[in-house]
Design a protein around this ligand. Sequence first.
Ligand SMILES: Nc1ncnc2c1ncn2[C@@H]1O[C@H](COP(=O)(O)OP(=O)(O)OP(=O)(O)O)[C@@H](O)[C@H]1O
Ligand SMILES: [Mg+2]
Length: 311
Amino acid sequence: MSDLAIDVRDLQKTYRTPFARRKVEALRGVTFEVQRGHIFGFVGPNGAGKTTTIRTLMGLIRPTGGSATILGQKIPSRAARFKVGFLPESPYFYDYLTVGELLDLAGRLFGVPKDLRKQRADELIVRVGLDRARTQSLKKFSKGMLQRAGLAQALMNDPELVVLDEPMSGLDPIGRKEVRELILSLRDQGKTVFFSTHILSDVEAITDRVAIIARGRLQAHGMPSELVQQTILGTDVMIRIAADAAVTDLTTGADRIRRMGDELSMTLSSDADIDAWITRAQAAGGKVVQIVPRHETLEDLFLRRVEEAQP
Ligand SMILES: Nc1ncnc2c1ncn2[C@@H]1O[C@H](COP(=O)(O)OP(=O)(O)OP(=O)(O)O)[C@@H](O)[C@H]1O
Ligand SMILES: [Mg+2]
């Protein structure tokens, strides 16, 4: 058995719109691999090629170049697809079903026996927090509830690999946290999770590996902690100082200067003399409350790489 859940080699996809005679190079040679048992975050701005990659892996569209395997099988593979759970980007469900009926249908498509279907559906409805909405039709579901229903249907076949296209979209911060916990619990069960997002904090919090894609090309690929520069970018400082005190002497050369009431915060550049700055702040009547070195975050890296990808 291959230890790779997903192996993508030089994947290319050019969409051709016959009437407009336009070509869109959505994927321009994308290569990455996802180890079994990992949580893999696929990050990129709108139009980067995330959904195109995922739809290709699911066998829904054909690549124009390159190759890929899922669970060791060359795509498109029906056999592999049976062991994969999939949440599409904008899931569409029959309005008049209840969530239980939706899950039963999903289970039937995967050939799950009746008793097991019922048991799994009951468990999953609780797991995604929809137990109080059991009797409602999906027509009455909010966007976040539909997203939860979509997550539950993706798990009905007890998949080895779970592929989620923007699983946090439409969810409030509590819902997003719950989905992060669900993804972590799937890894604890030994499953592989591949998900796309543009919410970087979600990636930073839970992923083993991350790939950043922009304009159809991978811009970075690796462990979140390896990707971000370990160098100190500057120092975040905060002082309390009278709201009307003159502070130009303290803010010269600083970035992200913010003043709210008696709180003044800013980022000093990496070569600033912090001791001298503290002395000046105290002389001006300020009380230093915070000094924190600022490292590059995944968001900084993302913005940097997406910018670099611009033509
Ligand atoms: N069916 C299609 N026909 C033509 N062009 C398409 C088609 N689907 C996607 N594209 C184009 O391919 C590029 C990549 O789109 P894709 O949906 O893969 O991006 P994405 O990263 O999923 O973006 P988002 O974050 O908005 O979901 C975009 O320029 C998009 O306009
Ligand atoms: Mg998309």
